[in-house]
Write a protein that binds this ligand. Structure first.
Ligand code: MG
Ligand code: ZN
Length: 219
């Protein structure tokens, strides 16, 4: 069973880093979110729209996980994030807590009230890695089909919030919104669901209002 032992050791080391991150953020009143989705569901675009709306009220720090480029971090910086850091995992398919810790070492935490970590686009394994976050958000979109919760149940079961994006494209795709709602709530009855379109900005008001309350510790 050597493989299992190694995996457990790595996860135990990860949990130590994650606990350190909580000890760093909690006393400063910084709340944190781990954003997860498949590639192309719209994580970065949702972040951009969110930061544009909230930047006058809230200082948002963003850690951008990507396999190679820094294009997303540049978009986030332009949107008005107070602190940003790009992590390139060089092929690794998820972020780990030691990577988040290294990014936070470069932040001026006095300029951060809400920390958002954009994980690698992947629905298979990022949920296995605790990043010290307070909240997990999974984004899914109408263009990727309505089977995602059934195919990747653990991602949805481990989250507290699901965002269904690209609502404006609903008339053009075979996507059963009611089925997705039913499936995710069957996996996790406490899930909070937001349905929105980053393109038309429908539903963004409710999402941003909720996020601001979360950041202020009111949720
Ligand atoms: Mg992205
Ligand atoms: Zn992975």
């Amino acid at each position: 069973m050597p493989k299992l032992t190694i995996a457990q050791n790595i996860l135990a080391a990860n949990d130590t880093y994650a606990a350190g991150i909580r000890q760093l953020l909690a006393p400063r009143g910084i709340r944190s979110i781990n954003f997860m989705s498949s590639p192309g569901a719209g994580k970065t675009t949702l972040l951009e729209r969110t930061i544009r709306r909230l930047r006058v009220k809230l200082q948002i720090g963003v850690i951008e996980g990507d396999i190679e480029t820094s294009a997303d971090a540049e978009r986030i910086e332009a949107a008005g994030a107070s602190e940003t850091c790009q992590i390139n995992t060089r092929g690794n398919c998820h972020l780990e807590a030691h990577m988040v810790q290294a990014a936070l070492d470069q932040f001026d935490l006095d300029r951060v009230q809400l920390l958002i970590i954009e994980n690698i686009g992947n629905l298979i394994c990022p949920n296995a890695w605790d990043l010290g976050e307070d909240l997990r958000v999974v984004i899914t979109s109408t263009t990727e089909g309505d089977e995602k919760p059934a195919k990747y149940p653990q991602m949805f079961a481990d989250a507290q919030v699901v965002v269904i994006n690209k609502l404006d494209l609903l008339p053009y795709v075979d996507y059963d919104l009611e089925k997705v709602r039913r499936q995710v709530l069957a996996l996790n009855p406490h899930l909070r669901i937001f349905e929105l379109s980053c393109r038309t900005e429908e539903g963004l008001d409710g999402w941003c209002e909720w996020l601001e309350n979360f950041a202020r510790g009111e949720i």
